[in-house]
Ligand binder design. Structure first.
Ligand SMILES: [Zn+2]
Length: 223
């Protein structure tokens, strides 16, 4: 064993894990339902509709009122020349491609363009994978976030729930510069989670370091 490691300290004592975060419930548009005669939440039916007019195509994702089944067509694109549509997209739309539709249903920024009132859900599943480092001799954890779909979950809520640390304690760690988020933003821990975020946590002075590291690596048992 090489005790004269050339690795810088902060590398050899960092356990790097990757968390892949999948939101569980797609955002819901609230729309005036003509049949219910009031505002209702609508949900994706998982079906698209394509309409051709010469060389121009319209595509929508069909939503249904969760009370009466009345429908709403969410634009995917409108009046687009067929030549400007990628074959992959056309194929996904013609075949009601499940993964493509799911990604579109979760695209909250796009949904906001066609609807004023959007209900968001923060419940997410977190898949953990160790990338490097040995849990027994690390003092720091690096957490890389993979967030394929836009999520409305705040970073401090994610870390608090998954690592078992109170949000007050997380804020103290930030103040002591023992919790660093990159890329850094003005809102820091209060912003929604974003793909590519890296969190580095210095646990060298935390008495419950082993428990925190364990939770970074494996989901805590329910209850
Ligand atoms: Zn309705």
């Amino acid at each position: 064993m090489d005790f004269q490691s050339e690795e810088p300290d902060d590398m050899s004592h960092t356990l790097t894990v990757q968390w892949t975060i999948e939101p569980q419930t797609a955002p819901r548009p609230w729309l005036a339902c003509s049949r219910c005669r009031r505002q209702r939440p609508f949900e994706s039916s998982g079906k698209t509709r394509l309409n051709a007019n010469g060389q121009r195509l319209d595509a929508w994702l069909i939503y249904r009122c969760n009370e009466c089944d009345d429908s709403w067509n969410r634009p995917i694109f409108e009046r687009r020349n067929v030549r400007d549509i990628s074959p992959a997209l056309l194929d996904a739309l013609q075949n009601n491609d499940g993964p493509w539709i799911r990604r579109f249903a979760f695209d909250i920024d796009d949904l906001r363009r066609s609807c004023d009132r959007v209900e968001e859900f923060s419940a997410s599943s977190v898949m953990r994978r160790a990338l490097s480092g040995r849990p027994q001799d690390c003092t720091h954890i690096g957490i890389d976030l993979i967030v394929a779909m836009t999520a409305s979950l705040r970073l401090d809520r994610l870390l608090s729930a998954e690592l078992g640390l109170s949000r007050a304690r997380l804020a103290r760690l930030v103040d002591a510069e023992r919790l660093v988020v990159t890329p850094s933003t003005r809102k820091g821990l209060q912003r929604p989670i974003r793909n590519g975020t890296r969190i580095v946590l210095d646990l060298s002075s935390q008495p419950d370091r082993a428990e925190i590291i364990e939770r970074a690596l494996a989901e805590p048992p329910p209850g």
